[in-house]
Design a binder for this molecule. Structure first.
Ligand code: AMP
Ligand code: ZN
Length: 465
């Protein structure tokens, strides 16, 4: 399998350390709020990676953490803990917030038909392991105590910036405006391993440690948890591109200091889903969640289809127009697959030929759009239905679109859609004529049929109620 590696900045022939077995660590969600659909894009691409590795004949063990402590609002270790912010926002405890949003996250995960990781563990379950690791880093001279916190000393490493293009000069420019600069740090890039003293004294969850009552930094979590479940070496580490610096850079620093040897050779990063205006946010503008898409009538798998049309190493712009097109295309595809009869004998030669083509596409740095081309070639070809069906079933173990299992009522759905869209147009025309009574009557007529209309900035949306 060929896969881009952020560490070498090249597409490489990926070979796991142990033949036929791949260990993967994935940075999990910070559970202070719902995941936005951008976060979910990252997990979707990781899901395709895991499915592809399995399709290519490997066993995969995937570990994911749940960040329920230590992830601060600012990467410079100066902001408030995101979890505490969430708890204050909703007048709940941190643990209540963590439970609520962990459940919500896995609900989205399953609605998008992602395969559950083999191990999922919240950071708050691993406090003794973090403390032990920090003790070792202090003993080895890679960490120091200052201002009642424990810091990692990045100057002790020859190649701290191995993963990122960032260098010390750029960093200095980056922090020039940072009024919250931490004067305890010996070097600008040093980071906190254990806090006992932060500006935010009201931290809710704290644990006893040799350095006082406090809580761990975010970066120690991931390396420690990965080692706990996958040992001293892992094959692939995943995350979104924003994790490259400082989070993953700091994970590498800790791991190499602690282990005394390289830890992970292959780094897989997914580029961001962006909105027209720029960055996707949980606090300003529309907070785009999967629940919002569902409320608007979209099938979560249509969002999966939307994501799979583009390459994971390219930023993807979200728009309802494109999602509408993708949603229609997905319905058509499911409908077409549902019509394939299972009767007849499978043509093995044709099966093998298309399987090879599909495998070549997905194993080429997860080229999912080429994989769809193979799928459409199969559907257009003159091979019999039984062979097509078996190929679709096999491709879907990678695509995860429930191509043969999704409900077949699409025909009636598209008729319904055409009917509702015509009614929406009629209502628009009535409004233009200032015939509001007629416009309201159309809305009521649809409501009586179980269809609710919503006037939004992007136009009229409808959903079944
Ligand atoms: P968080 O819950 O903030 O720790 O983020 C969870 C995952 O989503 C991380 O792997 C991030 O790198 C990733 N991520 C954050 N924003 C986006 C985005 N707009 N598009 C894709 N992935 C993102
Ligand atoms: Zn992480």
């Amino acid at each position: 399998m060929r896969l881009y590696n952020t560490k070498t900045k090249k597409i490489e022939n990926f070979v796991p350390r142990e033949e036929g077995f791949v260990s993967i660590y994935t940075c999990g969600p910070t559970v202070y709020h719902f995941a936005h659909i951008g976060n979910l894009r990252t997990y979707l691409c990781e899901d395709v990676l895991v499915r592809t590795l399995r399709y290519a004949g490997n066993k995969v063990k995937r570990v994911m953490n749940i960040t329920d402590v230590g992830h601060l609002s600012s990467d410079a270790d100066t902001g408030e803990d995101k979890m505490l912010k969430g708890a204050k926002r909703e007048h709940k405890t941190v643990l209540e917030i963590a439970k609520q949003y962990t459940d919500a996250f896995f609900e989205d995960f399953q609605a998008l038909n992602m395969v559950m990781p083999d191990v999922v563990e919240p950071a708050t379950h691993c406090i003794p392991e973090f403390i032990h690791m920090i003790e070792v880093l202090l003993e080895k001279g890679y960490a120091y105590k200052a201002g009642e916190n424990v810091y990692f000393d990045t100057s002790k490493l020859d190649n701290y910036y191995v993963l990122s293009k960032q260098n010390e000069e750029e960093l200095k420019v980056g922090v020039r405006d940072d009024v919250d600069e931490d004067s305890n740090k010996r070097n600008k890039s040093d980071f906190v391993l254990w806090f006992t003293k932060s500006k935010f004294e009201d931290q809710e969850l704290k644990w006893d440690s040799p350095w006082g009552n406090g809580y761990p930094g975010w970066h120690i979590e991931c390396f420690c948890m990965s080692m706990k479940h996958l040992g001293e070496y892992i094959d692939i580490h995943c995350g979104g591109v924003d994790n490259i610096f400082p989070h993953h850079t700091n994970e590498i620093a800790q791991s190499e200091a602690y282990l005394g040897h390289p830890w992970c050779e292959h780094w897989f990063h997914v580029h961001h889903l962006v909105e027209k205006g720029g960055k996707m946010s949980k606090s300003s503008g529309d907070f785009l969640t999967l629940s919002l898409l569902k409320e608007k009538g979209y099938d979560p798998l249509a969002y999966r289809y939307f994501c799979l049309q583009s390459h994971y190493r390219k930023p993807l712009e979200f728009s309802y127009d494109v999602l509408d097109q993708m949603s229609g295309a997905y319905k058509k595809l499911v409908n077409r697959c549902a019509q394939l009869s299972a009767e007849g004998e499978v043509d093995q030669a044709a099966f093998d030929k298309y399987t090879e083509e599909f495998k070549a596409a997905v194993c080429d740095d997860l080229n999912t759009s080429s994989a769809f081309t193979v799928l459409f070639d199969v559907l257009k070809s003159d091979i019999n239905d039984a062979t097509k069906r078996k190929l679709v079933e096999s491709f879907d173990t990678v695509l995860g679109l429930e191509l043969l299992n999704a409900s077949v009522e699409e025909e009636t759905d598209s008729e319904l859609e055409a009917y509702v869209l015509a009614k929406i147009e009629e209502r628009k025309a009535a409004k233009k004529e200032k015939d509001f009574a007629k416009a309201d009557a159309i809305r009521d007529e649809l409501l009586a049929k179980g269809i609710a209309l919503e006037d939004t900035r992007e136009g009229v949306k409808w959903k079944k109620v």
